[in-house]
Design a protein around this ligand. Structure first.
Ligand SMILES: NC(=O)c1ccc[n+]([C@@H]2O[C@H](COP(=O)([O-])OP(=O)(O)OC[C@H]3O[C@@H](n4cnc5c(N)ncnc54)[C@H](OP(=O)(O)O)[C@@H]3O)[C@@H](O)[C@H]2O)c1
Length: 236
């Protein structure tokens, strides 16, 4: 089955988006230095390819810490006639800075913020005035209910998503079995540092047999980077 057919089939069957994880790390698994400096770990060719992935999928999903630390635009660049994906953020308390680029820069697609019942009421009122933005309150007192979020995105006809981290959201999505496919870019750099973030953080798995593996692996080169990709498999 082709990649596109597989995504459509999954969406129709499960009524939730097919999720593709993309992450870029150094050889020692870091996504940033211990000071939070992350631009740029991967090569220009890897980044161009990442934009083509964004262009091919309906939405980009990131955690609120990534918005606070990097202030990304989450758009498609350097592609002729790009199709701009919906931007999706998980933010349980509405910590999003009101001057974030993605709130100010209308790229013609919609932005969704998924939050929990513990959201900041004052920020909510201010966000309601932002055009092309929808805030969805999930039925949780703590962190965003990711399963409920994906179901809701499915009901909005968003059939595929690129998950771009950071490490905490990646772990939650992976450990809840919500990721279908992964692209792991490896740049020939060594960053080190016990406080430098890795591509999958969270609590981690206790036993090796609980860990997640990839199947039907393919390996590509993008300039000096390697990209290992494959289907995400949960332990039996
Ligand atoms: N190299 C790369 O490929 C790459 C890609 C992306 C990001 N990054 C880097 O990653 C760093 C940020 O990563 P991070 O791990 O600190 O944060 P993150 O994954 O961006 O955001 C995590 C936050 O999202 C919120 N959240 C809400 N519901 C959640 C749920 N169910 N599960 C998990 N999180 C949930 C939580 O904050 P609340 O409880 O307040 O909602 C949580 O602390 C930045 O330094 C950025 O530069 C690197």
């Amino acid at each position: 089955m082709s990649g596109l057919k597989q995504k459509v089939f999954y969406f129709i069957k499960n009524k939730r988006p097919y999720v593709v994880l993309k992450t870029a790390t150094s050889l020692d698994g870091k996504i940033a230095t211990f000071t939070g400096n992350s631009k740029w770990i991967s090569s220009e060719a890897s980044r161009r390819f990442a934009h083509s992935l964004r262009n091919d999928l309906d939405g980009i999903l990131v955690g609120i810490n990534t918005i606070i630390k990097d202030d990304p635009s989450l758009n498609v660049r350097d592609i002729l006639n790009p199709s701009q994906p919906n931007r999706i953020i998980v933010d349980s308390k509405l910590r999003i800075p009101l001057d974030s680029k993605l709130l100010k820069k209308d790229i013609g697609s919609k932005t969704y913020i998924y939050t929990s019942k513990s959201y900041d009421r004052e920020v909510y009122k201010k966000l309601c005035k932002v055009e092309n933005l929808e805030i969805v309150v999930t039925n949780s007192d703590k962190q965003v209910d990711l399963r409920e979020m994906l179901k809701d995105l499915g009901s909005k006809n968003i059939s595929s998503i690129l998950l771009e981290g950071g490490g905490n959201l990646n772990f939650s999505m992976l450990s809840e079995g919500l990721v279908n496919y992964g692209y792991f870019f490896l740049a020939p750099k060594i960053i080190g540092g016990r406080d430098a973030l890795t591509s999958v953080e969270g609590q981690g798995f206790k036993n090796l047999e609980d860990s997640i593996s990839l199947k039907n692996i393919k390996i590509d080169r993008f300039d000096e980077d390697l990209c290992i990709r494959g289907e995400i498999c949960l332990p039996e």
